[in-house]
Design a protein around this ligand. Structure first.
Ligand SMILES: [Fe+2]
Ligand SMILES: [Fe+2]
Length: 136
């Protein structure tokens, strides 16, 4: 999965965090492809948790600042994402198997389609109206 300019939400700091998340997705894909040690997978998952947490906090701050009407539903999707990733972390630690990576990548691909490309893009117009995002 690679970040493309058309994925931009018009806020540089947020785009840059999205790019970092794509990089981590790529690292996981590589770990799966090359059957890297499960400890490496766990390390990447922790990295994903910490990046995602920071990113979600920043996004939610902007939403609260501008009284985004869908704040709660959006924040709930963030919460569920972190819960799911923690479950995958736990699976990786307990089972020490690469098979969980197939389910993980399927989950991340779906999340990318439903959250990054839908829910995140849904706030762009609202952020533009509040002078936080720009169209180009
Ligand atoms: Fe989001
Ligand atoms: Fe986001």
């Amino acid at each position: 999965m690679q970040w493309k300019p058309e994925y931009s939400v018009g806020v540089e700091a947020i785009d840059s965090q999205h790019k970092d998340l794509f990089q981590i997705f790529d690292d996981l894909e590589q770990a799966r492809r090359e059957e890297e040690d499960i400890s490496r997978v766990i390390q990447i998952l922790y990295e994903l948790m910490s990046f995602a947490t920071q990113h979600f906090d920043d996004e939610e701050k902007l939403m609260q600042q501008t009284q985004y009407p869908d704040f709660l539903a959006h924040a709930n999707q963030h919460f569920e994402f972190k819960e799911t990733i923690l479950n995958f972390c736990q699976q990786a630690v307990e089972q020490c198997e690469h098979s969980m990576l197939d389910d993980l990548m399927t989950f991340l691909r779906t999340w990318f389609q439903t959250h990054l490309l839908k829910s995140d893009r849904a706030y762009v117009e609202h952020f533009i109206e509040h002078g936080i995002a720009s169209r180009d």
